[in-house]
Design a binder for this molecule. Structure first.
Ligand code: 0O2
Length: 214
């Protein structure tokens, strides 16, 4: 039997193979096209930008290994495929809080997609303060495995917090988080208040415009 180091090396090698990664990239491209179309349709319907940014990434083999070891799963490609929902990860940034849920409903209602899991860290933020709506989605029409995509949907303000916090502390190699948790949480709470206020302003403006047109 090989050593743990060899097992990890083999895993890293397999996870980087194009044949393994291709279906994930393909699924992301398809999903991106779908989201772009949703954005065009809804931006026109609403008369304002619905989605402000769509990005995707394929998780690095090292990051997959860290997660699989941390979760104590057997280190192999099949468990990665089965248990890691975010090998393919998309991030969709909206301007307003209600657009997060509007988009989630559109995705749920889409007959070409199957939502297998939803985690609402907007209603229930993580202990760190992290806010985002996560949906694990598959595209059943795509052949082969590796069709699972984690879609993170959040506002620009939530994204600002997540990107900065990720850079600061979330991953190893960042600064020491100790002592700053409270401050970061407070910032997350302030961001939620700002998101709510911006939504309220938009709604008031929409009402004012409607009344003008009468
Ligand atoms: P990276 O570098 O983004 O790939 P599970 O428990 O298995 O259902 P999972 O995937 O372990 O789900 O956890 P979860 O809570 O859904 O988080 C997945 C991703 O959300 C993370 O991926 C981060 O991108 C983001 N995230 C979660 N918590 C935080 C946080 O406290 N701060 C920030 N900035 N981002 C967070 P990875 O793989 O951990 O990282």
């Amino acid at each position: 039997m090989g050593s743990v180091k060899e097992e990890y090396q083999e895993f890293l090698h397999q996870m980087g193979e194009e044949a393994f990664l291709y279906p994930y990239r393909d699924a992301c491209r398809r999903m991106e096209q779908k989201l772009e179309k949703i954005n065009r349709d809804y931006s026109e319907k609403l008369g304002r930008a619905f989605i402000s940014q769509i990005t995707y990434r394929i998780k690095t083999p090292e990051s997959c290994l860290n997660k699989i070891v941390k979760k104590k799963y057997p280190v192999n490609r099949n468990t990665a495929r089965e248990y890691l929902g975010d090998i393919a990860g998309m991030r969709v940034i909206c301007n307003f809080l209600d657009d997060i849920y509007k988009l989630a409903e559109i995705i749920k209602a889409d007959k070409e997609l199957k939502v297998v899991k939803t985690k609402d860290y907007v209603k229930r933020p993580k202990a760190s303060g992290y806010q985002s709506l996560h949906m694990i989605v598959v595209i059943p029409s795509l052949a082969g495995e590796g069709r699972k995509i984690e879609i993170q949907i959040r506002t620009q303000a939530m994204n600002f917090w997540a990107v900065v916090e990720h850079h600061f502390v979330y991953k190893k190699g960042g600064y020491e988080k100790n002592g700053f948790e409270k401050d970061l949480k407070e910032c997350a709470r302030t961001i939620y208040k700002i998101d709510k206020k911006m939504l309220l302003i938009r709604k008031k403006m929409e009402t004012a415009k409607k009344n003008e047109n009468f």
